[in-house]
Design a protein around this ligand. Structure first.
Ligand SMILES: Cc1cc2nc3c(=O)[nH]c(=O)nc-3n(C[C@H](O)[C@H](O)[C@H](O)COP(=O)(O)OP(=O)(O)OC[C@H]3O[C@@H](n4cnc5c(N)ncnc54)[C@H](O)[C@@H]3O)c2cc1C
Length: 442
């Protein structure tokens, strides 16, 4: 008889673990407390415009192998479009420089792109190339320090820190360099810049994120998987030091041979008895979170020719022209859709939307001349207070493996020990690691 597995949480990690376990003949039940899948990567209908918009622009990289493996299983990977790593930066004075790494593959392309980039001193460029080469040749070790300390030690200060590393780390790790573990930073560099040209590509979904998961239920059911929506787990049942099932918020109990908890740390701590937390999961309360604020706005005309731009020295950090990324034609009433992102947005997360709107309009009008003639038709602010955990050196040491101190209880989630920033790739990889650990445990 096939073994019964319960997976808690229908985010990318839970979906990844569920699908792989079901494909390996396990009798799986995925329990999701909301009425939709996707967790922190989901879409919602904007009432004013009728558009399905994401809870924040999610970019991927060609190096996201586990994430794309998952989408391939769901037959939705073709919804992604790739762009060579060509990043336009606009500084405070509105000057544009373009980092174009597409000329050569891997780190050679990065080095050449950096040499041609405007606005940086030649010393900084040469120090950058030396740094990249030292990372590539394993001459630089993370040593439990922050990305900031690592960069400073390796002569990456001043203009290169402010104009390059700062925005790169903010967007990839949702944290400032001093709050980022050097280990995940180095791993990110390796994957993005030292592999093939494809790995370095920036990938954008041409459809809203929720559509990427639409086929999950059908594929899961075909493998006898059961999906329970709108069903919060109240507690993981632990008897004699073993996980034996879950109790739902409705009071119903479901027994299982193994339980995979694919929920963020703060949710997990509410699912376990206090004694178990004290003895095995004391680290859960030590994670901190980093917020992201996203501003979606609709205009009557185009404000930039670019698909995306990095904004330096501004509150807004990135701007994405969604009408150029999405494949669906737009309505004539709301023809242009943009999304601006602010990572590590601790200073904005608790301030009123009206203030954020004003900051956004000020930044945009100082950068893009075309905004003066454009009419902003609608603005939607989305604040994600718990967007990702902060992976500083201390948190990096706390990240747990899939196996836990409790028999038959396994963990998944972007925050677990994947060695990657807390991203969709980390979530998908954690699902694979948890599925492998479960299969190995029989
Ligand atoms: C605004 C924003 C922008 C981002 N941008 C990017 C980006 O550009 N690139 C990138 O790679 N990543 C990005 N991320 C990060 C990415 O979204 C996450 O890393 C990923 O979605 C995490 O997936 P997960 O499955 O680990 O966790 P989650 O998505 O949090 O999934 C956990 C699931 O468990 C469910 N759950 C919790 N408690 C219970 C319970 N008691 N019972 C049942 N179900 C429960 C939740 O409802 C949720 O569905 C962004 C995140 C945000 C918020």
């Amino acid at each position: 008889m096939s073994k019964k597995i319960i997976i808690i949480g229908g985010g990318i990690a839970g979906i990844s673990a569920s699908l792989q376990l079901a494909r390996n003949g396990m009798d799986c039940t995925l329990i999701e407390k909301k009425r939709f899948l996707g967790g922190r990567a989901y879409s919602n209908k904007n009432i004013s415009t009728g558009d399905l918009i994401d809870n924040g622009q999610h970019a991927a990289a060609g190096a996201y192998s586990e994430y794309f493996k998952l989408l391939k299983m769901l037959e939705t990977d073709s919804n992604y479009t790739g762009r060579e790593l060509r990043v336009p930066f606009i500084d405070e004075q509105g000057r544009k420089t373009v980092l174009d790494t597409s000329i050569l593959p891997g780190s050679a392309g990065m080095a050449l792109g950096m040499l041609k980039l405007g606005g940086l001193s030649i010393t900084s460029k040469l120090n950058f190339i030396r740094f990249l080469s030292n990372v590539r040749n394993n001459k630089i070790k993370p040593d439990g320090q922050s990305a900031y300390d690592l960069l400073i030690k390796n002569k990456q200060s001043g203009d290169i820190l402010e104009k390059f590393w700062h925005p790169v780390i903010l967007s990839a790790c949702n944290a400032k360099p001093h709050n980022t573990d050097a280990g995940i930073f180095i791993e990110m560099l390796r994957r993005a810049f030292f592999g093939s040209k494809e790995n370095a590509r920036l990938m954008f979904s041409k459809v809203p994120l929720s559509k990427l998961l639409e086929k999950f239920e059908e594929k899961f059911n075909l493998r006898n998987g059961k999906l329970l929506y709108s069903s919060g787990v109240e507690q993981i049942i632990i008897e004699n030091g073993k996980a034996v099932g879950v109790k739902l918020k409705t009071g119903e109990e479901i027994k299982a041979d193994k339980v995979v908890a694919a929920v963020p740390p703060k949710s997990l701590s509410s699912l376990l008895p206090q004694l178990i937390i004290d003895n095995h999961f004391g680290y859960l309360s030590q994670f901190e979170y980093s917020p992201i604020v996203s501003i979606f706005f609709w205009t009557d005309r185009e404000i930039t020719d670019e698909i995306f731009v990095a904004l330096l020295g501004r509150k807004l950090q990135w701007l994405f022209a969604l009408n150029k990324i999405h494949k669906e034609p737009r309505s004539s009433e709301f023809p242009y859709l943009y999304s601006a992102t602010i990572s590590a947005a601790n200073d904005l997360i608790n301030i009123p939307d009206e203030t954020i709107k004003a900051i956004c309009i000020k930044d945009l009008s100082e950068i893009f001349d075309k905004i003066a003639d454009a009419k902003i038709l609608n603005i939607k602010i989305i604040k994600e207070k718990f967007a990702t955990i902060l992976i500083n050196p201390r948190a990096a040491r706390l990240r747990p493996n899939a196996e836990t101190g409790i028999k038959n209880l396994f963990l998944a989630g972007d925050w677990t020990a994947t060695g990657l920033p807390a991203t969709m790739e980390s979530a998908a990889l954690s699902g694979t690691l948890a599925a492998n650990a479960v299969l190995k445990s029989f």
